[in-house]
Design a protein. Sequence first.
Length: 380
Amino acid sequence: MVPRTQESAEEQQPESGSSRVISVDALRGFDMLWIVGAGGIVRALREIGGDDGGIIQVVAEQLRHASWEGFRFEDLIFPLFVFLMGMSTVFSLGKILEREGTRAAHRRIFRRFMLLYVVGIFYDGGFANVWPEIRLVGVLQRLALCYLFAGLLFCHFRTRGLVAAFAVCVVGYWALMSFVAAPGQPTVSFEPDKNLANYMDLRFLPGRLYNKTWDPEGLLSTIPAVGSCLLGVFAALLLKNKSLTESHKALYLITAGIAMVGLGFLWGLQFPVIKKIWTSSYVLVAGGYSCLLLAAFYLVVDVWGYQKWARPFLWVGSNALTVYLAADLVDFEDISKRFAGGNVAMLFGTYGQLATAAVSLLLVLLLARFLYRRQIFLRL
């Protein structure tokens, strides 16, 4: 087991104290790597493979968001982070509630929410632009809001109450989107610029909108995103359940994952699976796949004890926010070209782009490893 001393390590420890849930950090790192470099390798391989429709083409296609309706692997990356945020909420706040009480937990929730939200504003350009060209919502801002609401719900409700809150999020959003037509539209629609969520963004969301007239991290779609975070809360509660064996926990995760994916796609026949407005069917599909990935990592890393292969993921996952910000502030691709571009890339021929993509990913891993070995962690 790789030793850890930062907050993340403490948060991932179950109540029994018998083991650490390293798989959660490893899964977070696996998720982050697709954002900061692994996708570039697949795209380079796609250039090598051309348009022959082979396996590389299929994989590369999965690393593109669905244009609107549908689900690809790329559409899992963000909700998986939201899911893992829900898990960390349970591990961290559970200890604070036990040791210091509700008031201390509230302080932690609001402080972390504000810091994460401000960092999100900075990530999206901060105050480089003048109002109203400043974007108030985005990936980190949505994570902050999900943490805020899921954290407060966790502090004040037991499991049944949390299940009810989840139902309100996904069923309530479904009812709004399915039975309330956007003003100016003759009927209910789920199409871009014609649905209620897009209308709410255009009408009530101040600042710059990512898609000019609506935002994929907009107002109304934050409601089901909180539901995605609560799924992570349920997964963490399951892992903390001392009355279940590790194999039973994994089995429940697998069963729940398969059930949610099936129900999500079935629900999608009426309420389509659409990431950009975070439909309730999308919550189930993404949550189901998140459970299946968690089950796989939990079984291999924590239950069976095969951990060496996951160390690179652990380096990144233990410092996910730092790596995410670094990838925005540091041009790893440009730096990689200084090592493997030009004549070096020419030596690799058709594999030159692959070489620079691999070096870019290696630089990210080296940074994460350096920070991990030095016990340097960005804590909010």
